[in-house]
Design a protein around this ligand. Structure first.
Ligand code: B12
Length: 627
């Protein structure tokens, strides 16, 4: 029985999302003939090719739109340069950097006008602040990225408004109570992108001739395409068994009762895929009865049934090594938008993705989906197992960069892994997400840096001791200051996840939070940060016990499909949206080293109170001995 695992469009351009690598590696370790495909990358490469541009031009629905006229007018230039730009972003043709950086090679559309914003008053080099005088390669990558963004805008404006590089038709799936919007979109005339996806699906089918196709949907922005893939498979051959799983399913489809989903997928499975997939294959081979499937939804007489035999999951130490075999790892595109340094790591470079542990060792944060398996079931493997996996992956891919994709990598596990990598003299670079807890002493931070750690991200969240306590984050602002300083002094880039709009958060809390963040940048503790608006989910402690957080939930619309975000009423009545704009504008300046001494109130459009945080709060925290 042959199994094909598929990643649907869209996830990321620079590196494969790891679920198919995990499933394929595991299934092979159990003797299953398993292969994988990344149709997200394939779709992008088909689009950004001379033949792709021909089809785009022929399919434009609004040829007269002013936004498309530049593309049509300069079509020959776009067609003549697209293969070169893609090869350059794939790292296959670095010598093209000089010509691209000259800005006389690639045609320039509206996206390039943003460059004027950077022009210095003296009229000098607009991007010198970002790339200096010698950064030709990065500069060229930035221009090639703007060029692809222009082409993506053409696709969005003239062919399919739902298309983005990292998500496709996301709104049809994200917290969608009903299946009807998705069903309607799937019944609609296919757009050019849908047609390409159909062709790519049939090509993959012909290449591998699988009996079973596992379609992985990590995010809502992959769901529509997943259903299109299943639609193409079923139309071609009804006998192909299709199964759906992944982070989106694990989060949003836990209460699935919509039978129409099963017109496309025979099975939908929850949580870690190893045991459910093995059980399914055994069932399909006639070796296991249906009622012994593991965490699997299926349709019986037009109703959805959930079957879970309660079998334990495969231990993290026994899930095998993910494999990238079969994925075109040299074809990914390292794009370079001018964002912040951490966002750059996300979109630049072909990182091998690996988890240090399954689940989160802390699992208390009240905004997080702590009850779900991918957080709650904490299971660590030994440092030598992890180092073996790392060495196997480096041998297979020839690439030594790792992104540890844990929610929060455990400090003890990282320490043991660093020691093991040092003992074996295994030279890699790695980065990932952690909690800023006091276990990360200056000594441990130096050891992590010596083992290859180049960057870490962690939640400072609301940057308020009152709210950090309410959210059970288990850190204080002073502690975050000391830990981030230790990482920064070890030469590790530090990114802080920041949050606003948490229940009971006042305008004063928000102003104070920005004051703390300003001081953390000024003290060199942070190099990067980003503010996210708090959203309440049905699985989080806040969503489950709203009264404990002083809020009232709004009723969810009835539905049989997805369930995740939920609205709420906060008696503080603060309008957080304009505050968020100010927070992100200020922080964007801070990460470029600008306005670090300015009064934080200046960033807000309306009147806000002065910060109650003393101007030397962080400096004092850094002098105080750790508690
Ligand atoms: C690391 C991470 C990121 C990173 C890297 C993302 C990337 N592209 O690689 C960053 C920070 C960039 C990120 C961004 C986002 N993320 Co994120 N991310 C994660 C995290 C922590 C780990 C993902 C991972 O690599 N896991 C390892 C792999 C191997 O696990 P897996 O995909 O779950 O696969 C296993 C099972 O699900 C199952 N399985 C998978 N597919 C299939 C298929 C079948 C048929 C079967 C049987 C089983 C199966 O088997 C696999 C092995 O056990 C998860 C949470 C979590 N702990 O899983 C959130 C998570 C996936 N992210 C999430 C979201 C929402 C996002 C964003 C959309 C956020 C935003 N609004 O911008 C973006 C989208 C980015 C993009 N387009 O690429 C949500 C998705 C939930 C949902 N609502 O759909 C999650 C679950 C977290 C959460 N609860 O909020 N993310």
């Amino acid at each position: 029985m042959k199994v094909l695992s598929v990643i649907p469009p869209m996830t990321q351009l620079n590196t494969p999302y790891p679920s198919t690598a995990y499933l394929t590696g595991f299934l092979r370790s159990r003797g299953v003939a398993a292969v994988q495909e990344d149709l997200a990358l394939k779709l992008v490469l088909r689009l950004f090719s001379p033949a792709g541009l021909d089809r785009i031009r022929a399919s434009l629905t609004r040829k007269a739109a002013p936004s498309l006229s530049g593309f049509l007018k300069r079509f020959d230039e776009y067609r003549g340069t697209v293969a070169g730009a893609v090869a350059f972003l794939q790292g296959r043709d670095s010598t093209l950097a000089q010509r691209i950086a000259s800005r006389r090679f690639l045609p320039e559309g509206p996206r390039f006008s943003a460059l004027d914003e950077y022009t210095s008053p003296e009229g000098g080099d607009p991007l010198a602040w970002a790339f200096g005088a010698l950064g030709i390669h990065d500069r060229a990558r930035h221009f090639a990225t703007l060029y692809l963004n222009d082409l993506a805008d053409v696709v969005r404006q003239g062919i399919d408004p739902r298309f983005e590089f990292v998500r496709y038709a996301e709104s049809l799936a994200a917290s969608q109570p009903g299946f009807s919007p998705l069903a309607k979109a799937l019944a609609a005339q296919p757009t050019l992108l849908d047609q390409w996806l159909h062709e790519l699906t049939l090509e993959a089918l012909a290449r591998h001739q699988p009996d079973v196709v596992l379609v992985s949907v990590p995010f809502p922005g992959t769901v529509y395409a997943a259903f299109r893939i299943a639609q193409a498979l079923k139309a071609q051959d009804q006998r192909i068994v299709t199964a759906l799983g992944g982070g989106y399913v694990n989060t949003e489809l836990r209460e699935l009762t919509e039978p129409r989903v099963f017109d496309y997928f025979d099975y939908v499975s929850l949580d870690a895929g190893e045991t459910p997939a093995l059980a399914l294959l055994e069932h399909l081979r006639g070796e296991r009865p249906r009622q012994k499937l593991v965490r699997t939804f299926l349709r019986e007489k037009n109703t959805v049934r959930y079957i879970s035999s309660g079998e334990p999951d495969v231990a993290f130490a026994d899930t095998g090594t993910p494999t990238w075999d079969g994925l075109p790892i040299r074809d990914y595109l390292s794009v370079l938008d001018l964002l912040n340094p951490m966002h750059r790591l996300w979109s630049d470079g072909r990182w091998n993705k690996l988890t240090v542990a399954h689940g989160c060792y802390w699992k208390k944060c009240s905004f997080c989906d702590v009850g779900l398996d991918y957080i709650s079931r904490y299971d660590l493997a030994s440092a030598s197992t992890l180092a073996d996996r790392i060495e196997t992956i480096v041998r297979e891919t020839g690439q030594t960069g790792f992104h540890f994709v844990d929610e929060a990598a455990p400090p003890k596990g990282l320490k043991a892994l660093a020691a093991e990598l040092q003992r074996r003299k295994t030279a890699i670079s790695w980065w990932g997400n952690i909690r800023f807890e006091k276990t990360f002493t200056p000594e441990l931070c130096r050891q992590l840096a010596d083992s290859g750690c180049i960057a870490i991200s962690g939640g400072l969240e609301v940057a308020s001791d009152r709210l950090l306590k309410l959210m059970k984050k288990g850190v204080s602002v002073a502690q975050v200051a000391r830990v981030t300083q230790a990482f920064s002094e070890a030469g590790i880039l530090v990114h802080a996840y920041l949050m606003y709009g948490f229940p009971t958060q006042t305008v004063q809390d928000t102003v104070d939070a920005l004051e703390y963040v300003r001081q953390l940048f000024a003290a060199g503790c942070l190099q990067s940060a980003y503010w996210h608006r708090f959203t309440c989910t049905v699985h989080s402690p806040v969503g489950r016990n709203p009264r404990d957080y002083g809020i009232e939930l709004l009723p969810l619309p009835p539905g049989r499909f997805a369930k995740n975000d939920i609205g709420f009423k906060d008696p503080t009545g603060v309008n957080h949206a304009p505050l968020g704009v100010a927070l992100n504008k200020a922080t964007y300046n801070y990460l470029h080293g600008l306005a670090l001494n300015e009064d934080v109130r200046n960033w807000f459009s309306g009147r806000v109170p002065s910060p109650t945080v003393p101007r030397d709060a962080i400096a004092k925290a850094l002098l105080a001995p750790p508690a």
